[in-house]
Design a protein. Sequence first.
Length: 310
Amino acid sequence: MRLLTFQKDGIGHTGIVAGEYVVDIAMAADHGGAPRLSQYRDLLTFLRGGEPAIDDARRLLATVERETAAGQAEDLVARGLLHPLDGLKLMAPVSNPSKVVAIGLNYRDHAREQGAPIPDRPIIFAKFPTSVIGPGDAITWDPALTQQVDYEAELAVVIGQTARNVSQDDALSFVAGYTCGNDVSARDLQFGDRQWVRGKSLDTFCPLGPALVTSDEIADPQDLAIRAILNGDVMQDSRTSEMIFGVRELIAFASRAFTLLPGDVILTGTPHGVGVFRKPPVFLKDGDRIAIEIEKIGRLENVCRTEAAS
């Protein structure tokens, strides 16, 4: 399934993609034999519902797909259960995770482009949840604070159930699904501070989306094409097979140190082609459009805006 969060009347709603439509699960109390779905007002609450919530969603989706195939789409739209996907304002699939766990230097080709040694264990840092934005939202920054804003295409892993001391063998069973992420980075702050959190955590510096693709749809997270496209030009083009530490290893490593909660996001690192290591360097500027594309997941696009501090 493809789960997403969309805005309706100024409020985020959880939806399931059904072809050209989105099923609004908040309207599903009396439809498709899934009355419990109406209690899930956001995707984080839905994930906390565990397998019963997933099973109900699949049942609802199957019912709606049958009815749509039978020509009932217009009636379902009129009743508020379906919304045309085209034109919907999408938000980050999970806009309020308890934490965003990010991994540095986790692609072999990224290590090669900067002449860095391959790390012997994952390098973990944090991005504040207040940095999360959705598809189409503006990445903004004050040019008096930073003038070296960079892009990083990343596979984002969303945790589906509480994980602590998880083994590599069991790790993928704790994954709810995957989405596209952009680990936007203020390089002058990142390198000037000699630690990464501030430069990685400015407001709007963690775009996520467009949808959460459930883990059953991704047979192997280590075999996906990943790209970053700046104003139509491909800047990063690689595969997740270039990861030094795969998704299984990252979940096991992180959960050994701290508890991962449903809705938590793991950004798994970026491949070669980031702006700071280009010759000459390429940094984002006002009006730029940066898109992240990941095979089987979709395209996340955001515009860049410079804004003076108020």
